[in-house]
Design a protein around this ligand. Structure first.
Ligand code: 4AD
Ligand code: MG
Length: 480
């Protein structure tokens, strides 16, 4: 390329050189100052136009949103707020942006609500907030691959179309090529999926775990990082119907090892962005401070965004058994004063996000790893403990997010697994290959799943999951 990125120009040591830049006009002030951005950094480069010697018609076309090609001299800036600027010698309009049309969009430089930005998700990365979020998302994703690569894990691709329900929760999107209006029926009058594309019922995966287990039991340490789909009708700020999940799986590792891995991994990726994305984090931190000002005192954050990240990196995650957590919740103020929507009365209750957030934000005030949950509120594949009623599950809870990681030591004993599947009506024929792992050299193994968007929420301080993925899919919404 003949031109430089804005990021390169802003860090260029040698001055008084001829440079070229291409980008989009953020603002054009006093017929003279272009704030140019090309997405390479949150910062704009100021390009100073010699308006007295520039054609009037050309000046008119330098408008917010237009794509331009600038040639000029890089010099120390006279003005405040930037160290360098470009003295423009020639400007070419690559793509016009009609101001009347622009004024109807979020490109118009003024405050827009997050809801409004979501409606124009194809344009929202032209704003500072969303370009910062998406650069952080990219950086986190790179850090994840780097962590596993440096620690001897193999990256494997698990199938997106599957014939099994990895979580056994029945929240799947069906994949079919049958005619919806006139599907073939079997003798009982039900849809005959043996005539479907794959000759059986298939769906989009809810998790790559079961296939990852098969690879862990041969390659040792593996992980998947791919899209997962859940037809779960929960319209919350923390649920998506399509989200990305990171799932490591390791042979010969027990639950304690799994907790160590998850903690080390989370700390690594958050440290990575603290080190590599300071400008984007600083911008989002200021954004949160502004947002907080409009909230009542009690709801304001006591820590800044970087303090929150540092806090997670510098402190040990508190490890607490489900049984201990239930005792804490049962005796807690909001439970006694009936402030929880779901009151905790007895052992065995499933924890709601209000309980998770109480434990993390009010009680322990640090990330918490809850483990050894009741068997009947967790998935079929988790290893049964000696007490016969709890399983070797772990959930990691984060401040402001609640559950961010879910994992377990897997049931490696064939007979115990078969009994569990029978009790839950999971047909052995469907998972014959999964059972095979327990026949040929079974071994202790464990893994977990990290919801990528929940991690991005934490790292950016955004409070709605729809704002950390380019094109969110949620119930009743699949625009773009
Ligand atoms: O707890 P979950 O359902 O666990 C599993 O899927 C296991 N198979 C993972 C494993 O052990 N390999 O999901 C894991 C994580 C959750 O902790 C949460 O962060 C995220 O995935 N998650 C969602 N994120 C966004 N939208 C949803 N609907 C999510 N459901 C789960
Ligand atoms: Mg879970």
């Amino acid at each position: 390329m003949t031109h430089s990125t804005v990021a390169e120009l802003l860090t260029q040591e040698t001055k008084h050189i001829e440079v070229e830049a291409k980008g989009w006009v953020r603002t054009f002030r006093a017929n003279r100052f272009i704030a140019l951005n090309d997405g390479s950094t949150i910062n704009n480069i100021q390009c100073v136009v010699d308006f007295e010697n520039t054609d009037e018609a050309l000046l008119k076309r330098i408008t917010t949103g237009a794509a331009v090609h600038i040639k000029g001299t890089l010099v120390e800036s006279q003005g405040k707020g930037q160290s360098v600027e470009v003295q423009v010698t020639s400007i070419e309009i690559l793509g016009d942006a009609d101001p009347d049309e622009v004024s109807k969009t979020i490109l118009q430089p003024k405050r827009h609500t997050l809801e409004k930005l979501r409606e124009q998700a194809h344009l929202r990365t032209r704003t500072n907030t969303f370009s910062a979020i998406m650069r952080l998302r990219s950086s986190l994703s790179f850090a994840i691959h780097q962590y596993f690569n440096q620690n001897g894990f193999y990256y494997m691709h698990t199938p997106i179309i599957t014939g099994s329900d990895a979580e056994g929760a029945g929240e799947m999107f069906r994949v079919t090529s049958l005619d919806a209006k006139n599907p073939p029926l079997n003798e009982e009058g039900n849809v005959d999926y043996s005539q479907d594309f794959f000759g059986k019922e298939t769906n989009l995966t809810v998790s790559g775990q079961l296939e990852a287990e098969t690879y862990a039991m041969s390659l040792g340490k593996v992980y998947t990082f791919g899209p997962t789909f859940r037809a779960e009708n929960s319209n919350t700020s923390r649920h998506l119907s399509e989200f990305w999940m990171i799932e490591p799986e390791v042979a010969f590792m027990d639950l304690a090892g799994n907790m160590d891995l998850a903690e080390d991994f989370m700390k690594y990726v958050l440290s990575y962005v603290l080190e590599n994305n300071p400008d984007d984090l600083a911008f989002l931190e200021q954004r949160l401070i502004q947002e907080d000002k409009s909230k009542p005192q009690a709801e304001r954050s006591t820590m800044t965004l970087t303090e929150k990240l540092r806090f997670v990196i510098d402190n040990n995650f508190k490890r607490v058994s489900y049984t201990e957590a239930i005792e804490i919740l049962r005796n807690s103020k909001p439970n006694k004063k009936k402030k929880f929507k779901y009151l905790i009365n007895e052992w065995g209750a499933d924890l709601q996000s209000e309980h998770e957030r109480f434990l993390v934000e009010k009680h322990f005030k640090c990330p918490v790893i809850l483990f050894d949950y009741p068997a009947n509120i967790k998935a079929f594949y988790m290893r049964l403990n000696e007490d016969g009623k709890t399983v070797r599950a772990m959930d990691i809870l984060f401040p402001g997010i609640g559950e961010i990681v879910g994992g377990s030591q897997r049931e490696e004993r064939l007979e115990v697994l078969k009994e569990k599947m029978a009790a839950l009506d999971i047909p052995e024929e469907e998972l014959w290959w999964y059972l095979d792992l327990r026949k040929y050299g079974t071994a202790v193994h464990s893994g977990f799943g990290l919801g990528f968007e929940r991690l991005v929420m934490f790292a950016t301080g955004m409070s709605n999951i729809r704002d950390v993925i380019p094109y969110p899919r949620t119930p009743q919404n699949a625009e773009f």
